[in-house]
Design a protein around this ligand. Structure first.
Ligand code: AMP
Length: 499
């Protein structure tokens, strides 16, 4: 078996590795480090969790240990798709350079240009950046990339998903033709293949087994879930999530809950918090300081549930996550592997449970095909709950939920058969009808609410059968909405959540 000491790494780097507690190189490290140290281009096909970060940082540091940085002309460049990943790479550099004098700068959005400019002006050995921020600095004339000797592209497939490939091509064009390129991607989509053919020169291709085959320590399960009624599905799905969490009990010390959309990341985090679960969201629309704060809390164990989008959580290295919940089936099967890989790390046990609605079944088939095995089914924990109301379904708000009985302000004498309202998602409609029990919501609601009100009055004027509906009080209506869903509701939420 290869040992780190066989790899020709700088002795001070070896010392830092030893102090980090690593005994043997992982396959991607054993495969990528020797050609990288020979100055060759490397195409690493590996995903997060395989030790790929060290597979480029260790040889880079070894090579950079000789020579010195010049003002405004970094000697090496690492491009990462997200700020979090860039920050994590920077931490790796700190760990492995602790016995060397190398300088680095982290260029990511949400951090002031001034601070970053100061570092660049002094001259840095390693520049770690997200593509957009790097180009901003370059366009401001503060950064010259003509002295870059080593360029790393990390998680290229994610860059592709995020639309960064044109930026990457531009950045390649700004660096010297003679640079060495270390290029990492979890998958080789045709567009990635094209980029590597264009910008890499006779690379050493190092491919490590997909994590799918190495994730034996992760117990997987899925709940095939169908709402009792379409309009209740979203609310019931959140209830299923809570029941699944509860069923895990104390074994669930902490968890990442993945949603496909940023809107749902927010909604699920709010809903969980409302029900007393210690949860916070993380996704690309939150400002950097908030993201960092949330992550730090999750890492330190202060926060138990992190609701996340794929992009924000991609590559995050939190060593002891007991559970991963997939609130949605990811639309790319590979993302399932990335997501569940947040638990069961470094030989620990982990558990993952996914909720699959009928809409997700095609994506779910893709996941099982990729895994080449069936994921064990769990019973829908809601199945044993109260049956659906027998009265004909009203035409409710698009997502009118059923989690909690509202204190009705209706004067109807008929018994209340109204579907109850999940105050998280239905905050604006409730406010539009001036419900007194409005839950504490965030500032952003104000805009949605006031616009709801304005548009509400105009849509009321236009509604052709308003009087009929008013006469039909006490029918099976959604609280405060009458028997239709005014477009203003969707609009106000679109304002608030669209990303
Ligand atoms: P990465 O794939 O770079 O995100 O790394 C995943 C995790 O593996 C990180 O927590 C690293 O600190 C850890 N790691 C990297 N290399 C080794 C190694 N040779 N032995 C043990 N753990 C490692």
């Amino acid at each position: 078996m290869t040992k780190f000491s066989d790899l020709n790494l700088n002795s001070k780097v070896l010392k830092a590795i030893e102090e980090a507690g690593y005994e043997t190189p992982t396959p991607i490290q054993a495969g990528a480090i020797p050609p990288a140290l020979e100055g060759r281009d490397v195409l690493g096909i590996a995903q997060t969790g395989t030790g790929k970060t060290a597979s480029f940082t260790l040889p880079m540091i070894t090579m950079l240990a000789r020579g010195r940085a010049r003002a405004r002309m970094p000697r090496s460049l690492v491009l990462c798709p997200t700020r979090e990943l860039a920050a994590q790479v920077a931490e790796n550099f700190d760990t492995y350079t602790k016995h060397l004098k190398l300088t680095k700068a982290l260029l990511i959005g949400g951090v002031s240009f001034k601070e970053q400019d100061k570092l660049i002006d002094k001259g840095v050995d390693v520049l770690i950046a997200t593509p957009g921020r790097l180009l901003d600095h370059h366009e401001r004339g503060k950064l010259i990339l003509t002295d870059v000797k080593i360029m790393v592209v990390d998680e290229a497939d994610r860059m592709l998903d995020m639309g960064f490939i044109p930026d990457i091509e531009r950045i390649f064009g700004l660096t010297p033709f003679t640079r060495q390129t270390l290029f990492f991607s979890a998958t080789m989509a045709p567009e990635i293949e094209r980029i590597t053919n264009t910008f890499l020169s006779n690379p050493e291709r190092v491919e490590v087994a997909r994590q799918a085959s190495a994730s034996e320590t992760i117990e997987q399960a899925v709940v095939m879930f169908k709402g009792s009624r379409k309009d209740r599905e979203a609310t019931e799905k959140r209830k299923v999530l809570r029941m699944l969490i509860d069923a895990e009990g104390e074994k669930c010390t902490n968890a990442i809950i993945f949603c496909n959309r940023k809107t749902d990341v927010d909604i699920v985090a709010k809903s969980l918090s409302k029900y007393g679960y210690d949860a916070a969201p993380i996704h690309g629309d939150l400002d950097q300081s908030q993201r960092t704060k949330t992550l730090d809390k999750f890492r330190s164990g202060e926060l138990r549930f992190l609701c996340a989008s794929d992009v924000a959580a991609r590559g995050l290295d939190v060593p002891s996550v007991s559970h991963v919940f997939n609130f949605d089936v990811p639309s790319h099967a590979e993302d399932y592997i990335h997501r569940i890989g947040r638990t069961g790390r470094a030989g620990r046990e982990g558990k993952t449970i996914m909720i699959c609605t009928s809409r997700d079944e095609k994506n779910f088939e893709d996941v099982e095909r990729l895994l080449q095995k069936a994921i064990p089914r769990l019973d829908n924990p809601l199945k044993t709950l109260a049956p659906v109301a027998k009265s004909p379904a009203p035409k409710p708000a698009s997502d009118a939920p059923v989690e909690k009985a509202p204190r009705s302000r209706s004067r109807s004498k008929k018994p209340e058969t109204t579907p109850v309202v999940d105050t998280v998602q239905a905050a604006a409609p409730l406010e539009a009808s001036k419900a007194p029990e409005q839950p504490t919501e965030q500032k952003t609601d104000t805009r949605a609410k006031s616009s709801s009100r304005n548009r509400s009055s105009s849509s009321a004027k236009q509604a052709p059968k308003q009087s009929d509906r008013n006469n039909d009080r006490g029918g099976n209506k959604v609280l405060g909405l009458g028997d239709h869903t005014p477009t203003f509701i969707e609009l106000s939420f679109a304002d608030r959540y669209n990303s």
